[in-house]
Design a protein around this ligand. Structure first.
Ligand code: FES
Ligand code: FES
Length: 162
């Protein structure tokens, strides 16, 4: 029997009927069309499916949709500040060449947001720890770590100007 769940996704409230065994990843990608959230291993190992639930990063492949009833979800589609303006994390990833195939990027950027929201000035070790659950096959991580450091600086400047 389906359950009606209500959640806020990227600021938009939605109610949806879901089978109790379906994952948040399936509901985001298949029902809501938010395919920026990727599905890699499906077993909690790669981090490609990372989204924020109440501001905390979770593996959407291991999270049942019914478990997020009433919660606030952020996916990569909700990261940009507007349709025309990228988030500082996205800008930094582009500027530092931290994207190759891009399959890990959504999860990496949301893990970065999770870190920088709690710790605006992380050192390299803290950045590496924060993305330790996100695997990247392409970049060797150096540019990603560099980008997250640059994003921290950008976000501090943005906050100072507000
Ligand atoms: S797809 Fe969820 S951790 Fe790999
Ligand atoms: S850029 Fe290809 S997996 Fe990270």
């Amino acid at each position: 029997m389906k359950h009606i769940i209500t959640m806020t996704v990227n600021g938009d409230p939605c109610s949806i009927a879901v089978d109790p065994w379906r994952t948040l990843n399936e509901v985001l990608r298949e029902d809501l069309g938010l395919t920026g959230t990727k599905l890699g291993c499906g077993e909690g190992d790669c981090g490609a499916c990372t989204v924020l639930v109440e501001g905390r990063s979770v593996s959407s492949c291991l999270t049942l949709a019914v478990a997020v009833d009433g919660k606030d979800i952020t996916t990569i589609e909700g990261l940009a500040l507007s349709g025309e303006e990228l988030h500082p994390i996205q800008e930094a990833f582009i500027e530092k060449g931290a994207i190759q195939c891009g399959f890990c990027t959504s999860g990496m950027e949301l893990s970065a947001l999770n870190l920088l929201t709690k710790n605006p000035s992380p050192d390299e070790k803290e950045i590496r720890t924060a993305i330790s659950g996100n695997l990247c096959r392409c970049t060797g991580y150096y540019n990603i770590v560099d980008a997250i450091g640059a994003a921290a600086e950008k976000m501090k400047k943005t906050n100072d100007n507000n």
